[in-house]
Design a protein around this ligand. Structure first.
Ligand SMILES: Nc1ncnc2c1ncn2[C@@H]1O[C@H](COP(=O)(O)OP(=O)(O)O)[C@@H](O)[C@H]1O
Ligand SMILES: [Mg+2]
Length: 252
């Protein structure tokens, strides 16, 4: 059974009286890739950060497999965060460590501190890291230092590190914004493949509409902190894009 993530009446105001998210109701319960699109400043990152509670919601709640994220204590939050894989625009790798070491730091939440500190990782974690490197096509780079890799390879490490957590859900905030178009498409395809292979929902913030239409199963369009489109990627029309992006050309 895939994870069920539900946002109910989610709202966020960083400044009282100036909400940046309004009454968001969304459900993710299939191993599909959802792209969240919308103009810059419309609340996409805030939405993603509310899901793993890097940002504290102001209203509403988030339910992960029937557990209310807003009611978790510190330990519950730690456990839940360990189930949510995050992929970042700037990769967030440890530059001077090897690809293998970067992957193994992804299981630190499950590794006793002394072991992590001594970099003595469990053999089963090392096996899993090899398998995960195969999944992302980086087995030949296992000993390469992160800072020697190309952008696309670095993002593959970022994805592999998230997969190492055995996440119930994968979140990515603009994972392709620093990459060229071909590499971006490859990374989106990989995220989709990971979701299907692991049978987990994948939610990706992005600003490239053409790429979202080509790669995503579902598109959520946001405008000024509200969801104004939610449907299959093929159904996103130019009229919908006008609603999402306003009068501005969505091609720029
Ligand atoms: N930490 C913060 N404190 C105050 N305002 C913020 C903070 N983070 C984001 N905002 C504001 O919230 C709005 C939504 O931002 P964001 O979620 O980053 O949008 P997007 O990812 O769609 O570009 C913007 O107006 C932004 O300036
Ligand atoms: Mg953002």
């Amino acid at each position: 059974m895939p994870t069920r993530l539900e946002l109910r009446g989610l709202g966020k105001s960083y400044v009282p009286g100036k909400p940046v998210l309004h009454q968001i109701d969304l459900c993710f319960d299939t191993p599909t890739l959802t792209a969240i699109i919308g103009p810059s400043g419309t609340g996409k990152s805030t939405l993603i950060r509310c899901i793993n509670r890097l940002v504290e919601p102001s209203q509403g709640d988030i339910w992960l497999d029937g557990v209310s994220l807003r009611q978790l204590n510190t330990e519950g939050l730690r456990q839940t965060r360990a189930r949510i894989g995050m992929v970042f625009q700037e990769y967030n790798l440890v530059e001077r460590l090897s690809v293998m070491e970067n992957l193994l730091t992804g299981v630190l939440g499950h590794t006793p501190a002394w072991r992590a500190w001594l970099r003595r990782f469990a053999p089963e974690d090392i096996d899993r890291a090899w398998q995960t490197l195969g999944l992302v096509g980086l087995q030949d780079f296992v000993n390469a230092r992160a800072d020697s890799l190309s952008g696309g390879q670095r993002q593959r490490v970022g994805i592999a590190r998230a997969v190492m957590q055995s996440p119930a859900l994968l979140l990515a905030d603009e994972p392709t914004s620093s990459l060229d178009p071909k590499t971006s498409a490859d990374i989106m395809d990989l995220l989709k493949q990971v979701g299907q292979q692991r049978s987990i929902p994948v939610i990706v913030n992005m600003h490239d509409v053409a790429l979202a239409k080509r790669c995503a199963d579902r598109i959520v369009g946001m405008h000024q902190g509200q969801v104004v489109f939610d449907g299959p990627a093929q159904q996103l029309s130019d009229t919908d894009l006008h609603t999402i992006y306003g009068g501005r050309s969505w091609l720029d």
